[in-house]
Write a protein that binds this ligand. Structure first.
Ligand code: SF4
Ligand code: SF4
Ligand SMILES: [Zn+2]
Length: 294
């Protein structure tokens, strides 16, 4: 039976049915960014997780607008497009994906739709309309930032509209991607042999300032910053080079930057749940196919 689980700290015992030690260490984390060191997994697993993060983890975005009045020079379609791209704080526990909501209505209900309104008039003079001018019926579902410019109004121009936000997935439209970036790279391994003459050429050429020259040795200052570009190896005058840079087998640095819709750890937890569900479905399919054959 397959198992696929993730823990923020510590180790898990199973991975795709193979008993394996997986180690996950949080290297950095704040409100929107997370950087992990993951050991004991392979590229297909990490790539599946990355693809699920960008295309399957739902987030909330404006999906439809009704324009009541627009006397600006901006077309309704352009305003709709801009509003759709405003990241909204998302509550995955209180809302359903429209296709999974019991209401089965294309207009939606309180469990699958949030209404936001905008009513701005430039009374005094030129006025920029910002994401913060959207008023939400749910104070928990609001723009991540109030300072995203949407359009400009000249004196006496007006914009009045109603916007409907829904949960959706990045595979259907990029506005529903909960992350602005999700990448991984091999964990670097740097070795300096005793043939090193400490000339310092590798230190000078490194674009990421990974290496540092000490009195009689070269030391690694910031291993995680290394991009494995091999410039230091090429710059070494020794033959063969006295410095070797490679990626550690089955060890990766996983980076995730949330748009602010969901906390980065929630994005990863949701992605691992979805991967687990997909694997169970695949397992079920294979069993059905086998029993059909026999
Ligand atoms: S491989 Fe590139 S980034 Fe890494 S230490 Fe060498 S020069 Fe610096
Ligand atoms: S370039 Fe080569 S010899 Fe010079 S310090 Fe670096 S590793 Fe040592
Ligand atoms: Zn509904």
């Amino acid at each position: 039976m397959h198992q696929c689980s993730i823990e923020r700290h510590g180790k898990v015992e199973h991975y795709h049915g193979v008993s394996k030690q997986v180690e996950i260490r949080v290297l950095e984390k704040d409100e929107t960014n997370m950087r992990l060191l993951v050991r004991g997994v392979d590229v297909p697993f990490l790539n599946a997780l990355r693809r699920i993060v960008t295309s399957e983890v739902p987030s909330m975005a404006i999906d439809e607008i009704v324009v009541v009045e627009n006397s600006s020079i901006m077309q309704d379609e352009t305003i709709a497009h801009r509003l759709g791209l405003v990241p909204l704080r998302t509550d995955l526990d209180s809302y359903n994906l429209p296709e999974e909501c019991p209401c089965k209505s294309e207009f939606g209900c309180n469990l699958c739709r949030v209404t936001l309104t905008m009513d701005v008039e430039a009374k005094e003079g030129v006025r920029t309309v910002y994401s913060g001018d959207l008023v939400s019926e749910n104070p928990g579902i609001v723009p991540v930032s109030d300072r995203i410019p949407i359009l400009k109004l000249a004196k006496e121009q007006k914009i009045k509209l109603e916007a409907y936000a829904r949960l959706g997935k990045g595979k259907n439209h990029a506005k529903w991607e909960p992350v602005s970036m999700c990448t991984y790279k091999y964990y670097p391994k740097i070795e300096v042999t005793n043939r090193c003459s400490v000339c310092g050429k590798c230190v000078d050429i490194c674009p990421r300032r990974v290496l540092v020259k000490k009195e009689d040795s070269i030391e690694v200052n910031d291993m995680i910053a290394c991009t494995l570009c091999q410039d230091c190896v090429k710059a070494c005058p020794e033959s063969p080079p006295a410095i070797q840079v490679s990626g550690e087998e089955n060890a990766f640095i996983f980076n995730l930057e949330s748009t602010g819709t969901l906390a980065p750890e929630r994005v990863l937890a949701e992605a691992s749940k979805i991967l687990d569900k997909q694997l169970k479905e695949l397992e079920g399919e294979i069993k059905v196919k086998k029993s059909e054959k026999s």
